[in-house]
Design a protein. Structure first.
Length: 559
């Protein structure tokens, strides 16, 4: 137990050390804590409002009892299903963005001879002592106020169930990460698994919207059938680790003590299985760690033969090779298409819904390049030793990303034209061309901003060998800095919004307004790209030594 507690203390020592080392780490951590506090307050406010229960004043005893049971049944269906989706979402996000802390990965403790089960228990406690776990436990405990109308026993059971739910989430997440890290060993397997995880995470985020849109679209909406289906699904999920903890208050309200004990057994069994799987993965990873890596035979010089014989051409070629082989970068190939598909499902025949996906795609497409130097790692150090200027580096990267995004958006636009048939009408053709221009402008603006931010707001990324891990104590930067790029891209497109507002107020012809907005967005994006590339090159020349030092510190966290 002493060793496990020492691991917990080490976890927080590393977090505070990272905050003392960087002001931005402190700012990001404070922002994340503020966002977490707002979520907890929102949950508490919602639970307090729901805690008044159904209005049974003046109803006969029999009708009041039936109304209470119906209200509890509906509440149970919603809570159990939402809780199951929440656990899946947390596991997917943990795998895709957060991962297993590299500074507290089991490999870091190999020299200390800690017994496997003790080490796994300490790592589990370290995860449970983090700010997200503490905030989640507090939020779930405050949610117990929603059951005030049921009586004191369900409220007490809900408070006890809160930490049980968090332990289940953390245990399942750790098990999935351990399996992904130890079982998926080949580069191609990691790439495919990483892409699949990303797709599943996005679909989970969009699933409520998709279901709601499908329900609204369907004619003859049957509330009774929906309730019956929801009840059946909740009955199934309540006996799974996904939602067993959230079913406990309703069992206490109904006096179903035997099912309550059965669900507690399901939770306990889940923790044991997850713990055993994590321990097995640790032993397996240690056994296969020393085996020889597979070698690949490559003919010719590949992408280097396609690019100009110059420093910027060499950087472009190296970036192309990384985009093809690096599972952390491969996701950007799929994201734009996924946006179009999701909005197409929810379009209800309105082509404008599909076309506007190009704008959102532009906002998110360049977030990876916003931390591009961290993905380069040691490769950037080598080019610094070779004396590459900042403007050559920025131009080499812009050449690849601008060409890739331009071709990608144009191909998607042609596909949308074919799918919607908008090319047959003048209005549809104008809409498509304007949205395409806006999408390209947003991508270019995001790329220009990325060339600046990647020299200033860097944060550590997972190792290419273990894309499902992340440095301990840097979670705030990982969550805050990408949003800085997102909001900055929106701000850079404000001139386009001003042009749209002025044209809308002064010009009566909608076609002229749309044309002006499309052209304005293109010009806006190109100017932002040129200025961002120039400024990024200047910043890189000034901060080159500092960037190398930062990347070396990031590399030490990945070992």
């Amino acid at each position: 137990m002493t060793i496990a507690l020492n691991i917990v203390r080490l976890r927080w020592a590393l977090t505070f050390a990272a905050m003392r080392k960087s002001v931005w780490q402190t700012v990001g951590y404070v922002v994340c804590l503020a966002m977490g506090a707002m979520c907890v307050i929102g949950v508490a406010a919602g639970a307090f409002a729901l805690g008044f229960g159904p209005d049974l004043m003046g109803s006969p005893a029999g009708q009041a009892s039936a109304a209470a049971r119906d209200y509890a049944s509906v509440t149970r269906c919603v809570v159990v299903i939402v809780a199951a989706c929440l656990l899946l979402f947390v596991a997917a996000i943990q795998l895709m963005l957060i991962g297993e802390g590299s500074s507290l990965s089991p490999k870091k403790f190999e020299l200390y001879g800690i017994e496997d089960r003790t080490l796994q228990f300490g790592l589990l406690l370290a995860g449970l002592s983090g700010a997200p776990a503490i905030g989640g436990t507090l939020a779930f405990a405050l949610w117990a106020m929603a059951y005030r109308w049921m009586g004191p026993v369900p409220v007490l059971v809900a408070v006890v169930a809160a930490p049980l739910a968090v332990v289940t989430m953390i245990s399942i997440s750790r098990m999935i990460i351990s399996l992904a890290t130890s079982m998926v060993t080949s580069t191609r397997g990691r790439t495919m698994f990483y892409i699949v995880t990303t797709v599943v995470s996005i679909l989970l985020c969009q699933m409520p919207s998709i279901v709601l849109n499908s329900s609204v679209e369907s004619e003859g909406f049957d509330t009774a059938a929906l309730m019956a289906g929801g009840t059946m699904l909740a009955d199934i999920l309540a006996w799974t680790p996904l939602a067993a903890a959230f079913q406990l208050p309703f069992d206490a309200f109904a006096g179903a003590w035997l099912p309550l004990l059965g669900r507690l057994a399901v939770l306990a069994l889940t923790w044991v299985v997850c713990f055993m799987v994590c321990t097995w993965c640790l032993r397996r990873e240690r056994l296969v760690a020393g085996r020889d890596a597979a070698t690949a035979k490559i003919k010719g010089i590949g992408a280097f033969s396609w690019m100009p014989d110059s420093p910027s051409g060499a950087i472009s070629a190296r970036l192309l090779i990384s985009m093809r082989r690096d599972p952390r970068l491969s996701v950007m190939f799929l994201m734009p298409l996924l946006f179009v598909v999701i909005f197409g499902i929810q379009s209800h025949g309105l082509s404008v819904m599909i076309w506007q996906s190009l704008t959102w795609m532009g906002l998110f497409m360049m977030m990876v390049e916003g931390n591009g130097l961290a993905y380069d790692g040691g490769g950037f150090t080598m080019q610094v030793l070779a004396g590459v200027r900042g403007r050559d580096d920025r131009f080499g990267r812009v050449r690849v990303y601008a060409t890739f995004s331009l071709v990608y958006i144009l191909v998607l636009s042609l596909g949308i034209f074919v799918f919607t048939g908008d090319w047959r009408t003048g209005d549809g053709l104008a809409l498509g061309l304007v949205c395409t221009g806006i999408g390209i402008g947003v991508v270019f603006a995001g790329l220009g901003l990325a060339e600046v931010l990647s020299c200033v707001l860097m944060y550590p990324v997972p190792s290419i060998e273990k894309p499902f891990s992340s440095p301990q104590g840097r979670l705030a930067a990982q969550g805050f800095f990408p949003f800085a790029h997102l909001f900055g891209s929106v701000i850079l497109m404000l001139p386009t919004g001003i042009v749209a507002l002025v044209l809308g107020l002064t010009v009566g012809d909608a076609t002229v307004v749309l044309a002006g907005v499309g052209v304005g967005a293109l010009v806006n994006g190109v100017v932002a790209l040129l200025v961002g590339s120039w400024l990024g090159g200047k910043l890189m020349d000034v901060r080159m030594v500092k960037i190398v030092q930062t990347l070396e510190s990031f590399a030490s966290l990945q070992k």
